[in-house]
Design a protein around this ligand. Sequence first.
Ligand code: HEC
Length: 88
Amino acid sequence: MAAEPSGTLRADTQAELWAAGCAACHATGGGEGGFPALAGRDASELLELLLRQRAGAADSTIMHQHARGFSEAELARISAVFAAQRRP
Ligand code: HEC
């Protein structure tokens, strides 16, 4: 049987790769070094924060640059990856 190209049961590998880039600063499950922790937080809260940063509406030093690199749908997928992680 052929593999499903994008079955709903498959993990969102692409979003996990994107999230790995965020983890360089946000330390995946941690919040050390002054970067806000993302793991285990509500996905809609994370998406809302990211969209505000993307729009330049949030108090941001560098995060708006990162948020601008993704579409809203992509940011929603990344938010889901962090929401599914265990809270530190
Ligand atoms: C170069 C370091 C860096 C990278 C990479 C980075 N961030 Fe951030 N992030 C920050 C900093 C610093 C802040 C605090 C706001 C500011 O000063 O820009 C922040 C804030 C946030 C916030 C708001 C948290 C809160 O509680 O207010 C979210 C959500 C967030 N980042 C998500 C992400 C996601 C998702 C990615 C990957 C697409 C990412 N960040 C990549 C440094 C980074």
